[in-house]
Design a protein around this ligand. Sequence first.
Ligand SMILES: CC(C)(COP(=O)(O)OP(=O)(O)OC[C@H]1O[C@@H](n2cnc3c(N)ncnc32)[C@H](O)[C@@H]1OP(=O)(O)O)[C@@H](O)C(=O)NCCC(=O)NCCS
Length: 145
Amino acid sequence: MIVLRGFDPDDIETMVRLVKETFGKEYSSDLFFEMGTLFPEEFITAFDDSELIGFLMGALTSPKEARVLIFVIDGEHRGEGIGTEIMSTFLERCRSKGIKRVRLEVKTTNENARRLYESFGFRITETLKEYYRDGNDGYLMYLDL
Ligand SMILES: CC(C)(COP(=O)(O)OP(=O)(O)OC[C@H]1O[C@@H](n2cnc3c(N)ncnc32)[C@H](O)[C@@H]1OP(=O)(O)O)[C@@H](O)C(=O)NCCC(=O)NCCS
């Protein structure tokens, strides 16, 4: 059974690995610790029993705006609705805090993720040329809450 939980420093190692496997990027443990400590309610993890299978790292960037920084579900569990559940929870929390706008970026080639975002009402506002380290362009997307 899938359950959503919060940030726990004990999970950082798994999160670093998941990000490395998915995006090929090696983030430092400190980033996870800092964001999880600063924005515990905006850090949502998903577990299959005791196994961490995905998470969303969000941040409040102003009293009215939030941002999605990292969003990933383990390859074996994609397309099962877990990402949708995490995003719903994140947006509910943003709404309850009076957040008016949520920002994120997505690779222009990442249609699965973009479709998911569009299903929540996110709209592309700008193309970010060579936003990603591999030279790919990104879309800047916003959702008005
Ligand atoms: C994007 C991501 C977090 C979405 O999580 P998820 O649990 O797979 O999403 P869901 O199962 O809730 O799917 C939501 C929609 O996207 C589609 N989808 C997303 N990922 C999919 C996949 N790998 N295979 C098939 N469909 C997928 C689903 O069809 C679904 O659309 P539908 O409801 O119209 O059928 C996850 O696919 C992922 O980690 N992808 C790789 C990393 C990534 O791209 N992160 C986002 C960077 S901006």
